[in-house]
Design a protein. Structure first.
Length: 161
């Protein structure tokens, strides 16, 4: 189980590095210069990023379904890493509490959302869930554990008024 988590974290780091590299390349090419008109591809990317903020409730709904059938929510790009073991990570009785306000679309068909997972008999753990849209359905590509201090501030407790 430890080795698969390490592999999952390495895959997440690769995805994050690719996204960051794309952003850096965009600005180096001059996509962020104020004096030039934005190419149509950049304008459509901006429109797509803005439109995807409306996906937050759908992403949260998908995450809430994890306890029902965790394997169904594994993205195609993570199938090899998970290898059918999603139910081990999300056993029956697990509660999943997504933070809709934390949704951060990436502008290319995915994004991240904070989610607190409570496995029966264990303390709650907050993750940054990296989500992708596949065939019109939101799937989990990877998860990254969030430091306790950030998760306590970011995810409202059930007793908060």
């Amino acid at each position: 189980m430890k080795r698969s988590r390490v592999a999952l974290l390495v895959a997440c780091a690769g995805v994050i590095a690719a996204i960051a590299g794309g952003g850096i390349a965009f600005f180096i090419r001059g996509g962020g210069s104020a004096g030039a008109a934005a190419p149509a591809s950049v304008a459509s990317l901006s429109a797509s990023a803005a439109a995807s903020t409306v996906d937050a409730p759908r992403v949260a709904d998908a995450l809430r379904k994890l306890p029902d059938d965790p394997q169904a929510l594994v993205a195609a790009g993570a199938q090899g890493q998970v290898a059918g073991r999603a139910r081990q990570a999300i056993p029956p009785g697990t509660t999943v509490l997504p933070d809709v306000k934390s949704w951060a679309p990436d502008g290319v068909g995915g994004g991240t959302m904070l989610v607190t997972v409570t496995v029966p008999g264990h303390a709650p753990v907050t993750y940054d869930a990296i989500m992708v849209s596949e065939g019109g359905q939101w799937k989990v590509l990877a998860t990254i554990p969030v430091a306790a201090s950030r998760s306590a501030a970011a995810v409202p407790s059930a007793s908060a008024s």
